[in-house]
Ligand binder design. Sequence first.
Ligand code: DAH
Length: 342
Amino acid sequence: MEQIVQQIEAYKQEIAAFQPKTAEELEQYRIKFLGTKGLVKALFGEMKSVPNEQKKEFGQVLNSFKLLAEGRYEEFEHLKNGAADASAHQDLTLPGEPHRLGTRHPISIVRNKAIRIFERLGFTIAEGPEIENDWHNFTALNLDENHPARDMQDTFYVHNNPDWLLRTHTSSVQVRVMEEGKLPIRIICPGRVYRNETISARAHCFFHQIEGLYIAENVSFADLKQTLYYFVQEFFGENFKVRFRPSFFPFTEPSAEMDISCLICGGEGCNVCKHTGWVEILGCGMVHPQVLENCGIDSKKYTGFAFGMGIERLTMLKYQIKDLRLFSENDLRFLKQFQGAV
Ligand code: DAH
């Protein structure tokens, strides 16, 4: 055994001095030391002639020798397949592969723009679940039991009795915040909503809303109008007309809708404005005293206004998009047009 160990020491020195320049030399080394008829294998074969009490020690010597021989081979592995030649000719001054950046979705761009404007007026963001119960989506908001919006044709129900549904508006978030009872409240609720609608250029079974709610002492309709005028001016700029129309919502009294002159056809009439020259962009009103009471707020002391708008509609007007289905088709030719917008 002494002899073999000495031999191994000599091989070790040979390995340490090994400096191949070509794949050919490396292959010679592999055959000599690591091949099926190579030295490492042969030395392991000697194991059987070593006396039992020395087997352990000899095994350790062999193992470390094997690791050394393999390690040296791996160090020069790059010589294989002409890799050494390729790296010699690599031009490190060439420009790198560009990273392709995605673009923000137009709905996100517009949602963020709207949030930014309301933030300047002191509104903070509130969020809530997309699967809602009947109370938060309908009952607390004064929609009575037979209201058509509750109909299976309008609402996606996930579960009956108790009723769980996909929220049809983000007004449900307003209810949740009012129930928390921290006053005053000044929030906006951006989020996705669902309705059982036939899909067309103007409607989809899911879309996005931003709703707002301001409740404090002495909040008036004038505050509502001023807030919304400020918003549309900041959002659309200068060249359009605005009008307020009386309307009805069960959760506000009085209620109104706001229209702006159609930015797609300039008021001449198109499919987006249904050939009227005006597009409704939001519903609003003074929060109904019954809704305040439903949520545990003293309606004698507090008043408030609320509003709700569809982000898709705002986006169509802002970017002159005539078909709302484009937002969810994932067509890169469409999405890439928003590259520069943030
Ligand atoms: N929730 C209404 C809808 O989805 C929009 C709306 C109207 C929200 C008036 C409000 C509001 O908060 O006051 O059509």
